[in-house]
Design a protein around this ligand. Structure first.
Ligand SMILES: *Cc1c(COP(=O)(O)O)cnc(C)c1O
Length: 400
């Protein structure tokens, strides 16, 4: 069965093999070297001055950020199930918050955020998603962050980029905390979260006098982590296996930058073992371009099949199809053709389904997903099969 859910994503053979090596003890020189490579790779990828890796799913990094940076009031941007989570985190920790909520296909606008900040001057943190995975929607995160900083540079901007990191290039100039998760575009098992930090975020973390204001606890105490991770170790037992896999991910990306075929890079054991900035960056340029082509070609095919893309501003990480009557049936039927895509959640559970584009998806797999979709429409009597979906996908992909 082809796993085409927007997280977890399939783990390629070269990463699986890297993670199948004997477990290292985390307090060793050997592991410190791996950790240093992982840190370097993340900093190069995110173009941010500092990064942290935490042993938790993505939500752990979301909670850690709210605890660390919010001392007065949080403004939560809620355009879906993940945006809703900011408020739940605040409520669970007795942190005051206000929220701007939108239907899951409708992005928040820059002016709405600014208006809220003007209405309530006690807000010290704004938290939002770059891609809200509940609807597969891209928010104008960079633009919103820029206008927040222009209005008041002391407001901390926290961006959940769990389904944007590794998907597309991100402008992190005005973002203080950028959150990632291992199980999405990194093609790693679930269990590790990532934080990219700005200079301003570092100032707050390191200001020991200000710590009394915050509720940063122990396990998710970013000051303790920062101290350790700068020395290439972690405060608590590190997810060593996933971190070894992360280094392999960077090697795969760099190999693509050096011209290796995608299919080979995903299975190959002879990947470049010395990482180099320019080559890694050209590998990311390849990966971002590949993902964008897959997403755009899939979207063209969706329109050609007379289906509706759900969000008003679709993200590149996934394609979300709305079919109010039969979304659940279409998704179920695709399984009979060997393709597993994700349902919706909550109130739109039965009305949408989501096709993943994150990670390095092979063209022949992505194109079969479109065929499975078209075959399912035929089987359910929605639209007769004529091969237009697959043809449109391939024509668009190779024209881009
Ligand atoms: C997957 C995801 C998360 C993290 O969820 P976890 O289950 O805690 O890993 C957070 N935000 C977005 C947008 C996601 O897609």
């Amino acid at each position: 069965m082809l796993l085409f859910t927007p997280g977890p994503t399939p783990i390629p053979e070269s990463i699986r093999q890297a993670m199948a090596t004997p477990t290292l003890h985390h307090r060793t020189k050997e592991f410190e070297e791996i950790f240093a490579k992982a840190r370097w790779g993340l900093k190069t990828m995110l173009k941010m001055p500092e990064v942290l890796m935490l042993a938790s799913s993505g939500t752990g990094a979301m909670e850690a950020s709210i605890l660390q940076f919010c001392s007065a009031k949080l403004l939560s941007i809620n355009c879906g199930k993940f945006g809703e989570r900011w408020g739940k985190i605040a409520a669970a920790n007795s942190i005051p918050y206000v929220e701007i909520a939108r239907e899951w296909n409708t992005p928040v606008e820059v002016e709405d955020v600014l208006q809220e900040l003007k209405n309530d001057t006690s807000i010290d943190v704004v938290a939002l998603q770059v891609c809200e995975s509940a609807g597969g929607m891209r928010l104008k995160a960079e633009e919103i962050a820029k206008s927040i900083k222009a209005y008041n540079k002391n407001i901390v901007v926290i961006a959940d980029a769990i389904t944007a990191m590794g998907v597309e290039p991100l402008d992190t100039t005005n973002i203080d905390v950028l959150i990632g998760g291992s199980q999405k575009a990194f093609m790693l098992p679930p269990g590790m979260s990532i934080l990219g930090l700005s200079e301003y975020a570092l100032t707050i973390i390191q200001d020991s006098k200000s710590h009394k204001k915050y509720r940063n606890g122990l396990y998710f105490n970013l000051a303790i982590e920062l101290n350790n991770q700068r020395k290439n170790t972690t405060a608590w037992t590190a997810p060593t296996t996933i971190i070894s896999g992360l280094v392999k991910y960077f090697e795969i990306i760099q190999a693509l930058g050096e011209g290796m075929e995608l299919d080979s890079a995903l299975i190959c054991q002879n990947l470049p073992n010395s990482l180099e900035k320019n080559r890694l960056e050209s590998g990311f340029a390849y990966a971002y371009n590949h993902t964008a082509k897959l997403a755009l070609a899939t979207r063209e095919a969706i329109r050609e099949l007379d289906l509706k893309v759900y969000p008003k501003t679709p993200a590149l990480a996934m394609s979300t199809i709305e079919h109010k009557e039969q979304a659940a049936k279409i998704r179920q039927c695709m399984k009979t053709y060997g393709v597993n895509v994700a349902a919706g959640q909550d109130h739109i559970k039965e009305q949408i389904f989501r096709i993943n584009h994150m990670g390095l998806v092979r063209v022949y797999e992505a194109s079969f997903v479109v065929n499975a979709l078209e075959l399912s429409l035929n089987a359910l009597g929605i639209r007769a099969f004529d091969g237009r979906g697959g043809a449109t996908f391939l024509r668009t992909f190779y024209a881009l």
